[in-house]
Design a binder for this molecule. Structure first.
Ligand code: NAD
Ligand code: UDP
Length: 329
């Protein structure tokens, strides 16, 4: 009998890659998602497998899974700023109530649980690069607070289950990750720029573009998560690619890759948009023997090819047009 793993947020970008990885490792994967920001097409190819099953369920409600579980990966949560600004209450609930349900389930099943945290727990950081000892600089009542504070609460609750109940827990702090199966219109910067280039629109750089991000290719992230799950580290661990770039230079890279003749235009910087972000990955290197392997050029090319393969309908879906809502006056 294969070991059974529950993966929440399984129809999303990261969840679908995790499902594939654990199937390849010989696990029986129980995928759970309410499809609020995910897409069933991301896991459709797995449906016919005997060691894969899908539960359409909102984890902010009580979670029941029959049978044994060895591991739980809690990845359900909107992740793009435009998504979590559109559904702020669900965002708060999934990382608070949802996490509580999954910790309870882990306890009942004597399973080890890994929760997906984020570099957003550092907010607009005053320490650079960000190491795990930094407590962060978060505006709890700003527009991003619904995501950042929910994730911080998730970490606190997870640690409490570890210290009080002795539950085996893991916390991964994920930095900006990209790759195939991101939604072209989810508002995150890479799909936004590539989508604009493919539609022949100008690229929208928010602010003057001097803010930085550090982009990690999805396969590297999945490897880091896999190693963290199997490690004995219950403290939070950063997983990301330290190769930092300004958003302006990133826009130029996308223009060169796609060959678009459009120009860069500027839009106002959203409130509380972090000015810098770069992971310090010393801990992951030391404890997990992990570091990213895929450089940005190669990773973006693979992702671009994925976006090129999408239908015109996907390319022109216009939920992304809601940018102005994302930019609070
Ligand atoms: P995504 O939006 O593609 O996937 C999230 C999935 O969770 C979706 O399929 C969505 O339908 C599902 N979901 C949301 N609320 C749910 C609920 N209440 N019940 C069941 N399913 C629910 O986003 P992603 O980029 O794959 O992010 C996955 C996780 O990783 C999130 O927890 C996110 O906070 C974390 N994360 C991602 C990144 C990144 O760069 N991609 C960075 C930091 C953290
Ligand atoms: N951004 C941008 N243009 C866009 C979308 C995003 O300049 O069309 C900027 C955004 O303001 C931020 C960075 O790109 O500084 C990364 O944004 P994203 O939404 O991908 O995620 P974040 O890292 O802010 O959570």
């Amino acid at each position: 009998m294969a070991d059974r793993i529950l993966i929440t947020g399984a129809a999303g970008f990261l969840g679908s890659h995790l499902c594939e990885r654990f199937i390849r490792e010989g696990y029986h994967v129980i995928a759970m998602d309410n499809l609020i920001t995910g897409d069933i097409r991301n896991i459709e190819h797995l449906m016919k497998l005997e060691n894969f099953e899908f539960y359409h369920h909102d984890v902010s409600k009580f979670v029941h899974v029959p049978g044994e579980l060895k591991y739980i990966l809690h990845f359900a949560s909107p992740a793009s700023p435009i998504d979590y600004l559109k559904i702020p209450i669900q965002t708060l609930k999934v990382s608070s109530l949802g996490t509580h349900h999954l910790l309870g389930l882990a306890r009942a099943k004597k399973a080890r649980i890994l929760v997906a945290s984020t570099s957003e727990v550092y907010g607009d950081p005053l320490v650079h690069p960000q190491n795990e000892e930094y407590y962060g600089n978060v505006n709890s009542v700003g527009p991003r607070g619904v995501y950042d504070e929910a994730k911080r609460f998730q970490e606190a609750l997870t640690m409490a289950y570890h210290t009080f109940h002795g539950l085996e827990t893991r916390i991964v702090r994920i930095f900006n990750t990209y790759g195939p199966r991101m939604r072209l219109n989810d508002g995150r910067v890479l799909p936004a720029f590539i989508g604009q280039a493919l539609r022949g629109e100008d690229l929208t750089v928010f602010g003057d573009g001097s803010q930085t991000r550090s982009f990690c290719y999805v396969d590297d992230l999945v490897e880091g998560i896999y190693r963290l799950l199997l490690s004995d580290c219950s403290d939070p661990v950063n997983i990301g690619n330290p190769d930092e770039i300004t958003i302006m230079d990133f826009a130029k890279e996308i223009m060169a890759l796609t060959g678009t003749k459009q120009k860069i235009i500027h839009k106002p910087l959203p409130q509380d948009d972090p000015k810098t972000r770069q992971p310090d990955i010393s801990k992951a290197k030391k404890l997990l023997g992990w570091e990213p392997k895929v450089n940005r050029k190669d990773g973006i090319r693979i992702t671009y090819e994925y976006f090129l393969s999408l239908s015109k309908e996907d390319l022109y879906k216009n939920e992304h047009k809601n940018f102005e809502a994302y930019i609070r006056k």
